[in-house]
Design a protein around this ligand. Sequence first.
Ligand SMILES: C[S@@+](CC[C@H](N)C(=O)[O-])C[C@H]1O[C@@H](n2cnc3c(N)ncnc32)[C@H](O)[C@@H]1O
Length: 288
Amino acid sequence: MTDRADDQTSLTAQESSGILGLGRSSGQRSAEMLAGIRAELMPKPEYLAMARPAGRVIGGLLIRLGRGEQAKSNFVIARPEAFRYLISEALRDKPNPHYVELASGFLPRAWQMASQFPQLRVTEIDLPEVMEEKQRRFSKARLVLPPNLRMLSADLGVTPLSEVLGGEKADVISAEGLLPYFTLDVVQQIGTGVRQSLKVGGIFIADILTKEAVHELGQGRARQAATLFRRNAGNWLGVVDDSAHAQELFKAVGYSRVETYRISELAERLAHLPKPVANATLFVVAHN
Ligand SMILES: C[S@@+](CC[C@H](N)C(=O)[O-])C[C@H]1O[C@@H](n2cnc3c(N)ncnc32)[C@H](O)[C@@H]1O
């Protein structure tokens, strides 16, 4: 990632203006808003623990702005679950599996997976202010951190992933909600950096914005909610034309096989997901 405006800090990590109390950088604010929406829609202990009051207030406001647009609320619940399904499938039958979650924000999936699968090594990475705060929230909620979970801090726009991981390689690396904030050439640099930290046969799972998704998010009552979200989280810079474009992008940086899935397709396979789900993102599964 070379989105940096100077040598020390990525643009997404720099101090910028937004709703007070949601965080000093657009990166932290985006994570807080998603955590707030999830806590409002799914009040499980770990989702409640990850959201701060200001995040829940804004999350509630965003939900109310999009009232009546069930498919878009369902999207917020369905996306982490669809990721979890793709990650679990990709890790199936791997010996000594290592899973790395980039830009994990205030999503407790790394914690959930490490708690559920003690034989799985899990590493999650986000900006220092996010990871410090996340650890505080786990501790405040008395949610025990499992020994197979490692929480690392880094500005991945400044420090290469291979350096953050100390040269260790992973079977699966995921990035949920990260790629839309980078131009497509930076998305390719991220893809290259990730591939260098994947074992042979390892898999990168990420989601990316398509023109269809941007159109979908600009329609109906949820348009105002999307505008408020972007104002605080940062603009979407990387938008692909369609699935074929997304596949080309990752094949061009050395991935041998790239599959793409619309979230509505994945929701059909997963009985427990709420439906309908708005196609507000495209899943990319890129094989090293
Ligand atoms: C839209 S949020 C998604 C968070 C989480 N994956 C989720 O779905 O709730 C984007 C995340 O990327 C992180 N991020 C942005 N720029 C980053 C950077 N340069 N290095 C590390 N993390 C970064 C932010 O802190 C934020 O947690």
